[in-house]
Write a protein that binds this ligand. Sequence first.
Ligand code: BES
Ligand code: ZN
Length: 462
Amino acid sequence: MPALEPVLNTLDGNLDKSLERLFELLKIKSISTDPGFKAECRRAAEWLVDDLKSIGFDASIRDTPGHPMVVAHHAGPTPDSPHVLFYGHYDVQPVDPLDLWENDPFAPAIKDVGEGRKILTGRGTSDDKGQLMTFVEACRAYKQVHGQLPVKVSILFEGEEESGSPSLKPFLEANRDELKADFALVCDTGMWNAETPAISVGLRGLVGEEIVVKAADRDLHSGHFGGAAANPIRILAKVLADLHDDNGAVTIPGFYDGVEETPTQILQMWDGLGTTPESFLGPIGLSIPSGERGRSILELTWARPTAEINGITGGYTGQGFKTVIAAQASAKVSFRLVHKQDPGKIREALRAFVRERIPADCSVEFHEHGGSPAIQLSYESPLLTKAKNALSDEWPKPAVLIAMGGSIPIVGDFQRMLGMESLLVGFGLEDDRIHSPNEKYELNSFHKGQRSWARILAALAK
Ligand code: BES
Ligand code: ZN
C-alpha cells in the first residue's frame, strides 16, 4: 500500500505549480455552446491530453460530431486493482454580460479577499476546470512520489456538458468496453459549506426547449396594424405566464406524473441542515421563495420539479424606441425534473400546452435542447462509506450526503448504458457564481480538493 502522507505533502509543496497549470487551462476560451469557439474547445482538449501524457496516462483526443472527448487510461498497481472512471468537463458557459465581470473572465487571477481567504477568479474556475484539475493533480502527485497510482484510473473529459452533451450517448455506446469501470467518480458538484464536504446522491433532470411564435409575415407598424394584427410577443408572454399558477405550481397537464412526496424522514434530515429563505436567498439579494408554496428551500431545489424561462426575445430592444409589431417572438424554457418524471412526456405535454394557446392564423415551432431524467443514487454503499471517511479526514467537519438542484446528465447515462454507478464529489461552494459573471473557486477548494482525491484514491485501493 503506497503511503498517503508523502503524497499529501507533495500536493502542498506543488500548489503554486498546480495553479500555473490550471491557469493555462482557464485561459482557453472553451465555450461549447457558441460555434465561434470551436477551435478553442479543441485547444482545451489538446491541452488536457498533453498534460495527462506528461503524468504517464495513455491519453488521446477523440473526435465526435461536436467537440472532442479526452480519454485516458493508467494501469493500477496490480492487474486486479479496482478500476475507476473519472469524469469532468472542459467546456464552460458563455461569459455575457461581459461588463459585469470585475476581471477578464479568461485572465484568471488569485484574489486575497481577507480573513485568510483567497479565491481564483475566471470562467471555469469552479465549473468545471478547477474541479477536474483537483483529480489530475492528485494523480500527478501519486506518480511523482510512488511512480504508480493506487488504483487503475481511466479518465473521460467532455467538451459539451454545458450545451446538453449531444455527442455523449453515441460516444458511450461506441466505446462501452473501453469506458466501463467498477464505478465513476464525478467532480462537478459542491460542498455543503466551506467547512463541510459533501457527497451528492440526488440530481435533478432537465428538459430544454425553444419556442418560436410566428404571426404576420413581416414586422409591422404598430399604429397602422395595431388592434387588427396578432402580436406574437403578447401571445408568447401569455403562454409563458400560464406556465405557473398563483401558488407557484406548474400548470402543464401531466407535469407532476411520476413526482413523489419526499419521505418525512428525509425532509426532517434536510431541515436539520438549517437552510432558511434568509440564508439561501439573502446572499443573492432576495428573501421570498418563488416556487410551490409551503415547501422548504431544500425541498424546492432538491426534490421538486420546476419550469423556468431562461431567455426571451422579440421586437425592438435597441436604443431609443420603435413602434413595431414583431413578426416573431421566441423563448427558451427549461424544466428541472425529479423522481420518475419522463423527459419525453414533459416535452410533448409542453408542446401541446403551447399549441392550444396559439391563434389559428399564427404558428409555432419548437427546437429541442436536451433532456435527461433525475438521478437518485444509493444512500448506503461501501464506496460511499470509504469516500465519506476519506473526506471527513481532510476537512474540519464530517462529510454529509446531500442532493443538488443542478443536472449532470451523464450520471444517468453511466447507469443505464454502462451499468456503472457514480460517486459525486466536488468542492464548489454555493457562492461560486457558476454560469454567472465573476465565477470563482476557493483556493482552499482547489488545494484541499486535490488532497481529498488523494485520500479517496487511497481509500478505494484498500
Ligand atoms: N456543474 C453543473 C451542475 C451542477 C450545478 C451541479 C449546481 C450541482 C449544482 C453543470 O456544469 C451544469 O451546469 N449542468 C447543466 C446541465 C445542462 C446544461 C445539460 C445544468 O444543470 O444546467
Ligand atoms: Zn459543470
